[in-house]
Write a protein that binds this ligand. Structure first.
Ligand SMILES: *[C@@H]1O[C@H](CO)[C@@H](O)[C@H](O)[C@H]1NC(C)=O
Ligand SMILES: *[C@@H]1O[C@H](CO)[C@@H](O)[C@H](O)[C@H]1NC(C)=O
Ligand SMILES: *[C@@H]1O[C@H](CO)[C@@H](O)[C@H](O)[C@H]1NC(C)=O
Ligand SMILES: *[C@@H]1O[C@H](CO)[C@@H](O)[C@H](O)[C@H]1NC(C)=O
Ligand SMILES: *[C@@H]1O[C@H](CO)[C@@H](O)[C@H](O)[C@H]1NC(C)=O
Ligand SMILES: *[C@@H]1O[C@H](CO)[C@@H](O)[C@H](O)[C@H]1NC(C)=O
Ligand SMILES: *[C@@H]1O[C@H](CO)[C@@H](O)[C@H](O)[C@H]1NC(C)=O
Ligand SMILES: *[C@@H]1O[C@H](CO)[C@@H](O)[C@H](O)[C@H]1NC(C)=O
Ligand SMILES: *[C@@H]1O[C@H](CO)[C@@H](O)[C@H](O)[C@H]1NC(C)=O
Ligand SMILES: *[C@@H]1O[C@H](CO)[C@@H](O)[C@H](O)[C@H]1NC(C)=O
Length: 630
């Protein structure tokens, strides 16, 4: 199509506007979730290179509280029987059922600290959201004045938080006996009452929930509080181990945090009979941001095992009691973790592989953000040093069958899910992954040869499309190839759903039994049912019967739209013969895996659905149509 100069200018500006719109929607609209989350990370100042975003740099030596000496001015002068707590310094203690431990946070400790180090005043003023508040003159911080004015009457916020590290264990393993009772935090409402406890009027009672308590109050004078352990039935619980807890007070932010948001940054990707793969959401918002150390730790627990009931929001409780956890000697136990950069925005995520799980079981996995992990010098006496414990995520393992999780592929770097496998012929995961890797690489290099014969990188007027180039085509082909050539596998016992296609129904199961005869008769003549999409899988891997999570149709449309027509790609449309056995469709509400695409995972409903692909695709089409119409 030849365009007059005026027409092409109009076309160019139209295309530019369209692209801008696409770029705008791509970067701003769908990122809300990620952006708020990043704020979350930034708030604790755990990410390096985030200075521009207002992060507090924990590595700044000036930030490290010098509590090593614990002199009186820091600890305070608490009355007898009351333990003084210093800002952001946790203490832990055993407590017998029925006992009460008294604590105090004395205002003199922070004033002395501020007087001895005026530069720190600013940092102590840091807002709960982590940004550093600008120094206010009215706060008594006068440049050059040698004697800082003490803001005696100024009201501030004190955060008190605690975690239960240990609780009496149940005698009977029976789930129905109920969980051990929780500890209670009492906070005195008056400075007269230095030992708040049960059955008093002028106290506030805050029960622990799942082993965690968080409380904040504004204060102008010393604050007295206590931890009380309930009486525990000897018949139901073994009280030879007392309760143990960790408590901290802070004027900066809650030292321990039990996150209440239902959407934990943790996402269950997939699992097989022996392990599960999980990932966090993006840790960064730009590809150049570097995350030095993995910020998170993961714990997992069989749902049938009640051991961590009552401790699920306690970091120290999980550390001691979780069934699947890193070991005290530093060995990571059954959990492998690492940082990975890639995917849609080329952002960094932390990934976990948990091994040693039982087949057909349900598990909780609990993510904890541990500030220790990100600091070069592990230090716990910092604001928020007690970590953030997120809500448990449910996941389940598959029966011991045809499916096995693979990851760490070269070409299909986003492919990490259960694939048709054979535990006997390919006992090592890496060999299985290598098989799929080799196959996709062969296919891809053939495709590249074809693409080279097309005028891809030519001048725009000779190119096959004004809006797509070879790089787009390569990316679209890679996404399509990886979703189609490496089937996402579900066990044959999964109930039938529109996006699941049964494969290999005429082959025996690994234990020698056959698929129900009725099914075999009904679909005897349908290739989709009797073989894998890729015959090489049946020949080399011999997985037996399984169900394939069909690739998403938009992965195919993207391919057709991004690549030159000469290459002859085409996709079946919904309603056409063969569509139902070849492609699935993304569910509107999100939730679960309803079709396979690079990066597919068990996103929680409506939270992490990756719509940007579709949005920009639709706009791309509209723009292309507009450009041609001119
Ligand atoms: C932090 O809070 C302060 C004051 O409450 C506010 O001015 C600032 O914008 C907040 N920063 C962020 C990153 O939310
Ligand atoms: C203090 O605690 C209340 C609930 O008791 C909560 O709504 C509020 O957000 C907390 N304030 C801060 C600054 O964390
Ligand atoms: C946490 O969220 C749940 C439900 O969303 C709500 O019932 C509960 O009160 C919240 N807890 C706190 C401490 O905000
Ligand atoms: C992702 O970002 C890193 C660091 O900025 C860069 O080295 C790498 O080439 C990028 N990868 C892709 C596929 O863009
Ligand atoms: C840690 O302890 C476990 C079992 O207690 C042992 O198998 C492992 O080798 C130990 N690792 C190190 C690094 O000492
Ligand atoms: C696996 O099952 C056995 C028997 O039910 C149980 O003792 C064990 O704790 C389970 N292991 C895991 C990791 O769930
Ligand atoms: C993935 O591969 C890299 C190097 O190829 C290796 O360092 C890493 O440990 C592997 N990840 C896992 C979980 O095996
Ligand atoms: C054999 O395996 C299939 C699929 O895993 C299962 O449905 C069937 O019950 C098993 N049969 C026997 C006898 O174990
Ligand atoms: C399958 O094909 C055979 C031979 O063409 C035919 O006899 C049989 O009826 C077909 N079965 C079904 C279920 O269509
Ligand atoms: C394909 O599946 C859809 C939804 O499950 C169904 O309505 C439709 O009838 C099926 N089409 C064919 C040709 O089987």
């Amino acid at each position: 199509m030849q365009l007059s100069p005026l027409q092409s200018r109009l076309a160019a500006s139209l295309i530019a506007s369209c692209l801008l719109l696409v770029v705008y929607l791509f970067f701003f609209f769908p990122q809300f979730a990620t952006a708020t989350q990043l704020d979350d990370h930034v708030n604790d100042g755990r990410l390096e290179n985030d200075a521009a975003l207002g992060a507090v740099n924990v590595e700044d030596p000036g930030y490290e509280p010098e509590f090593a000496l614990f002199d009186r001015s820091i600890i305070g002068r608490a009355p007898p029987g009351v333990t003084g707590l210093a800002n952001n310094v946790p203490l832990s203690a055993d407590i017998q059922p029925g006992d009460t431990w008294n604590y105090a946070f004395e205002i003199s400790t922070i004033e002395d600290a501020e007087a001895s180090d005026r530069s720190r005043l600013r940092e102590l003023r840091s807002e709960p959201n982590g940004s550093l508040a600008a120094p206010h003159d009215e706060d008594g911080l006068k440049e050059g004045s040698s004697e800082p004015v003490r803001p005696r009457q100024q009201s501030r916020t004190l955060w008190i938080s605690a975690n239960t590290c240990q609780q009496p264990s149940r005698i009977s393993p029976d789930q129905t006996t109920g969980d051990p009772p929780q500890l209670t935090l009492f906070v005195s409402r008056s400075s007269e009452n230095t030992s708040p406890g049960p059955d008093q009027d002028d106290v506030e009672l805050i029960p622990f929930q799942e082993g965690a308590v968080m409380f904040n109050t504004s204060f102008t004078e010393d604050v007295f509080f206590s931890i009380h352990a309930p009486e525990v039935s000897d018949e139901r619980f073994d009280t030879s181990l007392p309760y143990n807890f960790e408590i901290a007070a802070s004027i900066d932010q809650s030292y321990h945090t039990a996150a209440n948001e239902s959407d934990s940054p943790l996402i269950w990707v997939d699992s097989d009979a022996r392990g599960a793969l999980l990932t966090t959401r993006s840790l960064t918002s730009r590809p150049e941001q570097v995350v030095e150390n993995p910020p998170y730790v993961l714990y997992a627990q069989n749902k049938a095992n009640p051991r961590i009931n009552g401790l699920r929001s306690s970091y120290c409780g999980l550390k001691r009691e979780a069934q699947i956890r890193g070991l005290e000697n530093g060995s990571s136990g059954d959990i492998t973790t690492g940082l990975k950069q890639g995917g849609d925005g080329n952002l960094t995520r932390q990934e976990f592989y948990i091994g040693g799980l039982n087949a057909s079981s349900e598990y909780f996995s609990i993510l904890v953000r541990d500030p220790d992990r990100t600091a070069l010098e592990p230090q716990r006496n910092v604001p928020g040093g007690g970590g953030v414990v997120y809500q448990p995520i449910s996941m389940e393992t598959k029966p011991l069958g045809a499916c096995r999780v693979i990851f760490n592929l070269t070409l299909c770097d986003e492919t990490q899910y259960a694939v048709p496998a054979n535990w006997d012929l390919f006992p090592e995961m890496t060999d299985l992954a290598a098989f799929y890797d080799e196959y996709t690489q062969t296919m891809y290099s053939n495709f590249e040869k074809s693409l080279q014969q097309i005028q891809c990188e030519a001048q725009p007027e000779n190119r096959y499309s004004l809006v797509r180039n070879c790089a787009d085509c390569e990316k679209a082909y890679k996404d399509w190839l990886c979703s189609v050539a490496i089937p996402r596998c579900e066990d044959f016992s999964e109930p039938d759903r529109p996006h699941l296609q049964a494969r290999n129904i005429n082959e025996p199961f690994p234990n020698g039994t056959m698929v129900d005869e009725k099914i075999r008769k009904e679909h005897a003549n349908e290739t989709a049912w009797t073989s894998s999409r890729n015959p090489l899988i049946d020949r080399e891997i011999r997985p037996g019967p399984y169900k394939e999570v069909l690739p998403c149709d938009d992965v195919c449309y993207q391919l057709v739209q991004s690549c030159p027509a000469v290459l002859g790609f085409a996709c079946p449309l919904p309603g056409m013969i063969g569509f139902n056995s070849t492609y699935g469709r993304r569910s509107r509400g999100g939730g679960g895996v309803t079709c396979n695409y690079p990066g597919s995972a068990h996103y929680p409903p409506a939270a992490g659905v990756r719509l940007p692909v579709r949005r920009s695709l639709v706009l791309g089409v509209v723009c292309a149509v507009l450009a041609i119409a001119i």
